[in-house]
Design a protein around this ligand. Structure first.
Ligand code: MG
Length: 349
């Protein structure tokens, strides 16, 4: 088939929060083909990424042939190369991610197969879900067996006490064998991280996430051995296999968390996984419960672990993707519908 049109849209989100992280500036990309089959993808980068897709990548895509995974890969390479002057990382690659995912969805619909089948042999059935948020008791009630909470270092020694209290509560609620993780969103520094490793040792935290900024690779490499057995995790702000090559070269992280809607889509995700396998590094995609990460998890060497941003009890949010799978009793799995198995709510586009 041939691509006949490409359009990126910034959805009409109703439940906006003050932080960009809550709505994540996610964009929808729609790709049309001459067979009438349509593919949808999800990218990052907000209105700037919409402009990258509609003002540049679209022209390169119209008329291109798409009949195989190899075609998607060569399209990715062409778009990456064409966007190098402004791309490589950040908004350019977040835009490319949305296009890449739309192409995987398009091919899945054309072949009437789920994307995980296009990726390879399905190796996992139900995926173990972990609940991210602050309501440990509720997540346990829902059946989750693993949990991540956030901790923000605001500059006061009492922040150590907060971390100890939350860790103790999570361990008590989830029990001795559960995986408990902490996301610091780049608010700790090396000194705080070392002290936290000492103070939280008894709670056996599985990983500390995003403790420093993604550019501080050498300092993270120095922390890795010092906080063992806790793992140093990160990567949601890293882009493409080229970015992760630098992470590998520096030996900066124990566990990689690429965001499939930001790092370059499934095509980049598979290349990042190849690199991780060579390096012996486990991979757990950021927001792995969303179909873009979930299809990759079930058909690859990713860890059996999908992040679910469960939020707060009774909270309302936008339901952009119709048909999205949900965690049940602590597990989540993709449907066997064609493509990614979801469609955007047209009223939001
Ligand atoms: Mg995070």
């Amino acid at each position: 088939m041939k691509i006949t049109d490409v359009k990126a849209v910034y959805p009409r989100y109703k439940h906006l929060a003050s932080s960009w992280r809550t709505r994540l500036w996610q964009i929808v990309v729609r790709v049309e083909s001459d067979t009438g089959v349509i593919g949808y993808g999800y990218g990052g980068g907000g209105l700037a990424a919409v402009e990258v897709v509609n003002g540049h990548l679209r022209d390169l895509l119209i008329g291109a042939s798409l009949d195989s995974v190899d075609d998607i890969v060569s399209t990715w390479d062409a778009l990456y190369t064409a966007s190098i002057p402004y791309g490589r990382k950040g908004i350019g690659i977040m835009a490319l991610s949305g296009v890449d995912l739309a192409l995987w969805d398009l091919l899945g619909h054309a072949e009437r197969r789920p994307v995980y089948e296009l990726i390879g042999q399905r190796s996992k059935g139900k995926v173990t879900a972990y609940a991210t948020g602050s309501d440990a008791e509720w997540y346990r009630e829902l059946g989750f067996t693993a949990h991540k909470f956030s901790h923000h270092w605001a500059g006061s020694p009492s922040d150590y006490d907060t971390a100890v209290e939350r860790s103790a509560r999570a361990r008590e609620v989830f029990g001795a064998d559960a995986r408990i993780m902490i996301d610091t969103y780049m608010s700790w520094d090396a000194e705080v991280t070392l002290e936290m490793a000492r103070l939280l040792r008894d709670y056996e935290i599985y990983w500390f996430e995003d403790v420093l900024t993604p550019d501080d690779l050498s300092a993270q490499a120095a922390l890795r051995p010092a906080i063992k057995p806790t793992l140093l995790a990160g990567g949601e702000h890293e882009f493409t296999q080229f970015g992760f090559q630098e992470v590998a070269r520096a030996g900066a992280l124990d566990l990689w968390q690429p965001d499939i809607t930001w790092c370059g889509g499934i095509t980049a995700g598979l290349r990042i996984l190849d690199l991780a396998c060579t390096e012996g590094i486990p991979v757990a995609p950021h927001r792995g419960h969303e179909v873009w990460g979930l299809h990759l998890i079930v058909s690859s060497d990713c860890l059996d672990l999908a992040e679910v941003n469960q939020g707060e009890r009774g909270a309302t949010g936008d339901e952009l993707w119709i048909g999205r799978p949900r965690a049940i009793d602590g597990y989540i799995e993709p449907s066997d519908a064609p493509g990614f198995g979801v469609k955007p709510d047209e009223a939001m586009l």
